[in-house]
Ligand binder design. Structure first.
Ligand code: MOS
Length: 725
């Protein structure tokens, strides 16, 4: 039996608030945690088969042109080499994800330096790598477009909206600001590099990979190979981080599948870190112009937010930089615009909160600067401009606790102790500053299915949903355990297998709420089945500690289930709930930095975030998401920066030695707080997404603090030493 819910209307019932066990919301441990830290969780690159071959990708060394000739004979004569695969399908750029199809490209065209063009297969990884280093390839080069600022934009119409007369109010308003900021390219930087092991059984392909969105990835892979998706099974039970880079199928999977089919033996392809940097989606560098106009009281009269990003030819994705701008603050006159340049640089795609991750902090820099011009406290300036309802829309917010989050964070952080004069607080050679920013991220519900089977032994939850380190195993286990009255140990959650009911996948912060709702619905259907058996209403049924209590009688759940397992599927679909209320998550960031007056070195001393994301499903994993987001915020503010060679566009800093993510010594104690919130529009659990909110705005708290410490405005990220001195 399937319980199907198309969410058209808010669900005001707070079922989970008075469940018998009270497991949901607690910081329950991850059931998969011990397996991961003891090496018992098998990741994609760890799959072994006795007759397995190893493939290493060979990649283009020109940024644009055609592959003229690949001479495989010398390499194929080398010891340990099995074959050089030169199928043109290898040239396809990675899928963006959630498109159900492989990208349109796929012939002999080279679109960027580092694009896969061949696969050398060997009996050992070492032999294959040696062969790959010696493969002779000639190209018919074409002129490449490498400078995102010099190139003609081809999609200037993208994402534009305007209301009122911004140009007019910029001329007449008493206080205005008009500045430009740039942010560099960012790499997703999942700890686990991309890897796939493919094996065929007749027409049927099984791929052990590391992916976020299996139901789409299966279709993308099938499309890449030109086969029926029914013949593709992808397994990704453990994923060592995705951050957007594993939303779509990537070249190592296509290569492994092609080679395994060709050779009739399993093939494993692992991308080393350098290939991940040069071949997988990155966040485009971006130029943002922000215009603000306000009256003397600090009421915003005008908001302008223009940006310019880029992508490869024919790619539909453009970083949605201004996604949060229309609804974060109110102003009568607004203009929002985007230009998308077409260049020959590794594909641009979703990276850790695409859009808000760079759009919100830059806007929050502008807000800080505007507050200074107005002589207002930055916190007060924000509070004054929070809209009652989403500007330009005739629907309410589903819930909006931005003001509460700002006040809560300010109080817990001690914002009232901030000296507003830059450079006023000093400790020896260190200049001390405090900064803050709002956190904003849109909220989405995605279609998702899950199945629960209840036997005398306990419950099994099954869906192709993934756990990319976010805590899905824990959360889905908690939800099923709570609703079925079972301790978590009696619930087994199976994920990451396309043979299981298609879940939402992990992306866009929608995973836990969407896949969790499908588990919730399946469990509700099981509760109804149990109630039927006891001849009572589901609402009068209490399930707790493996027991069913109805009409003052207690039954062991195991006895009720007996020999025949109970089975139910849950299926959630968004419906037209989005037309009833506008959903987003909100929060605040506060940071204190010390900047060395002699070296320009910035040390983040402490950082605090308060977040409102509806019901928190697991306090521990939610907190960990925010810690990660704030850490990436420190990275964006201070160190992260992809550098591209101006001659051929290749990624210069293609590993973690040169692309600087914050490490433990860069990250102080981070404090995370959650506000109590229920969002009836989000789903019946009233939980919103938390995965990406922690990064949105975080960098601005740091750079605004740098300004408070030094008087320097950072307009070109990251805030390296040279920009502060
Ligand atoms: Mo995310 S960047 O939608 O995985």
């Amino acid at each position: 039996m399937t319980l199907h819910l198309k969410l058209d209307n808010p669900d005001e019932e707070n079922r989970l608030d008075h469940m018998a066990q009270g497991v949901i919301g607690t910081g329950a441990n991850r059931p998969d945690g011990a397996l991961k830290v003891s090496g018992q969780a098998t990741y994609a690159a760890e799959w072994q088969r006795p007759d397995m071959a190893y493939g290493v990708l060979v990649r283009a060394t020109v940024p644009a042109g055609k592959v003229e000739k690949i001479d495989a004979s010398a390499v194929e004569a080398m010891p340990g080499i099995v074959k050089v695969i030169t199928d043109p399908k290898l040239l396809r750029v990675p899928a963006q994800g959630m498109a159900d199809a492989a990208p349109a490209q796929g012939n002999d065209e080279v679109l960027y330096f580092g694009q896969p063009i061949a696969l050398v297969v060997g009996d050992s990884f070492e032999a294959a790598r040696h062969g790959a280093n010696h493969l002779s390839v000639s190209y018919l080069p074409q002129e490449a477009r490498l400078d995102p600022d010099a190139v003609q934009t081809e999609r200037p119409e993208g994402k534009q909206s305007s209301q009122g007369d911004l140009d007019g109010v910029m001329k007449t308003a008493p206080v205005t600001l008009d500045e430009v900021w740039t942010t560099p390219g960012h790499n997703s930087s999942a700890m686990e590099p991309h890897a796939s092991m493919a094996e065929w059984d007749g027409d049927r392909l099984t791929l052990h990979g590391s992916y976020q969105m299996l139901k789409y990835n299966r279709n993308e892979l099938a499309d890449s190979l030109g086969i029926d998706p029914k013949n593709v099974r992808i397994l990704s039970p453990y994923v060592g981080g995705g951050f957007g880079s594993k939303l779509g199928i990537s070249p190592e999977a296509v290569a492994a599948a092609l080679a395994a089919r060709d050779l009739g033996r399993p093939v494993r392809v692992v991308m080393p870190r350098q290939q991940v940097f040069e071949t997988i989606t990155h966040r485009a560098q971006c130029r943002q112009r922000i215009r603000l106009a306000a009256d003397e009281t600090g009421k915003l009269l005008g908001i302008g937010h223009d940006n310019r990003v880029y992508n490869l030819p024919d790619e539909g994705f453009a970083e949605p930089v201004t996604q949060a701008t229309p609804f974060t603050y109110a102003a009568e006159n607004r203009a929002i615009g985007q230009e998308v340049a077409t260049i020959n640089r590794v594909i641009a795609g979703s990276v850790r909160a695409p859009g808000e991750a760079i759009g919100v902090p830059i806007f929050e820099n502008a807000m800080d600067e505007m507050a200074e011009k107005l002589g207002m406290d930055p916190l007060e300036f924000r509070l004054k401009n929070i809209p009652e309802t989403p500007p330009g829309q005739d629907i309410p917010f589903s819930s909006n606790m931005l003001a509460e989050a700002l006040r809560d964070g300010a109080e817990k952080f001690g914002w009232d102790k901030r000296n507003p004069t830059p450079g006023a607080v000093q400790e020896g050679e260190w200049l001390i500053g405090m900064g803050m920013a709002s956190a904003v991220r849109v909220n989405m519900l995605m279609e998702s299915k899950a199945r629960i089977t209840l036997t005398a032994e306990g419950a099994t939850v099954e869906t192709d949903m993934t756990d990319i380190g976010t805590g899905t195993y824990a959360i889905l286990t908690q939800i099923a355990g709570e609703l079925l009255g079972l301790p978590m140990e009696k619930v087994t959650t199976k994920l990451g297998d396309t043979d299981l009911p298609p879940g939402s996948g992990s992306g866009g912060s929608f995973g836990a709420a969407s896949s969790g709702t499908s588990v919730y619905l399946a469990a509700m259907e099981l509760r109804r089945q149990i109630a039927d058996k006891l001849d009572c209403d589901e609402a009068d049924l209490t399930l707790k500690d493996g027991q069913a209590i109805a009409a003052n009688k207690t039954h062991a759940l195991a006895d009720l289930v007996g020999e025949t397992p109970f089975e139910a599927e849950g299926h959630i679909e968004p419906g037209d709930i989005a037309s009833k209320a506008f959903q987003a998550t909100f929060g605040s960031h506060f940071a204190e930095v010390a900047v060395n007056r002699h070296t320009g070195e910035t040390r983040v001393r402490r950082m605090l975030g308060t977040f409102a994301c509806g019901r928190v499903l697991n306090e521990k994993t939610a907190r960990s998401q925010c810690l990660g987001g704030m850490t990436f915020g420190i990275g964006m503010a201070l160190t992260e920066e992809m550098l591209f060679d101006t001659r051929d566009g290749h990624v210069v800093n293609n590993d973690f030695a040169e692309y600087h993510l914050p490490v433990n010594l860069d990250v102080p104690k981070l404090e995370v707080h959650f506000l109590q919130e229920r969002d009836p529009y989000a789903n019946p659990m009233q939980a919103k997404g938390i995965g990406e909110l922690g990064i949105c705005g975080a960098a601005a708290a740091v750079t605004n603090a740098i300004h408070n410490a030094t008087g320097v405005r950072i307009r070109d990220y990251p805030a390296t030493l040279d920009k502060i001195l």
